[in-house]
Design a protein around this ligand. Structure first.
Ligand SMILES: Cc1cc2nc3c(=O)[nH]c(=O)nc-3n(C[C@H](O)[C@H](O)[C@H](O)COP(=O)(O)OP(=O)(O)OC[C@H]3O[C@@H](n4cnc5c(N)ncnc54)[C@H](O)[C@@H]3O)c2cc1C
Length: 272
């Protein structure tokens, strides 16, 4: 009997918009910062669980459907996988290895791809449309490219799905587009697609007791030059927050003098 597997990719990100950068190493300062599931990934989890419920209620696909969450990250990322289980995901896998550190989006996608390959019968990968820290939105399209499967970004509604195909509507800046695509495929989602549920008590208990396997580079059959910093085509050379200077200058004198000084100042600042 064929199982339909839906893979949901989630990432742990800082739960604050006040991200601090270490100016020496150009990396995020993560110490003391609360971490959460990337906001768009919560919609990916919800959509995976809803699709499972939908497929199970369809006589054609009702045998077995499984939703699996995966994340690549440090050991602390396990907490977001437990949260995903509390929200209805069936099981989760953590991809963690010192050698994965410093991965750019390509090396991240390649690591995710090698993990997904280990599941037979996966039919759909759901990702968030972007993360709130890296913010590139590249991982989904890169993953689809690596698998040579269709990719629909910004999916806002899954109109139909069965084992072999799906009809997806997506939201663009000025229009909706509808695609019929063959499965396996990958989609990315944002907040338009659903309203995520809150964890159930049963889900919380399952999450607490679940064994979450950790796969390292050996288990994924990945060599050092393909992963982490060595497998990255890009590297952040410098990240900085531009300094903004707020200066108030009072203009004094009569109306003509004030107008003249203001004109001079605006010209000096290239505003005129
Ligand atoms: C040029 C460049 C250089 C970088 N260099 C470094 C570096 O030196 N050190 C460093 O620590 N980081 C670095 N990063 C950040 C790191 O590459 C990203 O955090 C990671 O590759 C994911 O990219 P993103 O956050 O932009 O994801 P996006 O492409 O915006 O994410 C889209 C979706 O992909 C999925 N996804 C993304 N990441 C993961 C993941 N890890 N596990 C599971 N699902 C995931 C999620 O569903 C997410 O919503 C770099 C990023 C860039 C662009």
């Amino acid at each position: 009997m064929i199982k339909i597997k839906i893979i949901v990719c989630i990432k742990q990100v800082p739960g604050t918009t006040e991200i601090k950068i270490n100016p020496e190493t150009n990396t995020l300062i993560r110490e003391g910062i609360e971490t959460v599931i990337n906001a768009f990934d919560t919609y990916a989890i919800e959509e995976g669980v809803r699709l499972k419920e939908r497929l199970l209620s369809n006589p054609e696909t009702k045998e077995e459907v499984e939703v699996i969450a995966i994340t690549m990250g440090p050991h602390q990322s396990e907490s977001i996988l437990r949260e995903a289980i509390s929200l209805g995901v069936d099981r989760a896998v953590l991809l963690s290895d010192r050698a994965f550190a410093g991965a750019d989006t390509w090396a991240t996608a390649l690591t995710l791809q090698n993990a997904i390959k280990k599941f037979d019968d996966w039919r759909l990968v759901i990702l968030g449309k972007q993360t709130l820290d890296g913010d590139t939105g590249q991982v989904g399209p890169e993953l689809a490219q690596m698998f040579n499967i269709p990719f629909v970004g910004y999916a806002s509604n899954i109109l139909e799905i069965n084992r072999t195909r799906m009809i997806v509507k997506r939201l663009m800046d000025d229009r909706y587009e509808t695609f019929e695509i063959k499965l396996p495929a990958a989609i990315s989602v944002g907040k338009e697609i659903n309203i995520p549920r809150v964890p159930s008590l049963r889900g919380k208990l399952k999450a607490k007791n679940e064994q979450i396997p950790v796969w390292n580079k050996g288990e994924l059959g990945l060599e050092d030059e393909k992963i982490g910093l060595s497998g990255s085509y890009t590297q952040v050379v410098k990240i900085f927050i531009p300094k903004t200077i707020h200066e108030v200058k009072m203009i004094t004198g009569g109306p003509d003098e004030q107008a003249e000084e203001l004109y001079g100042k605006l010209k000096e600042l290239s505003i005129l």
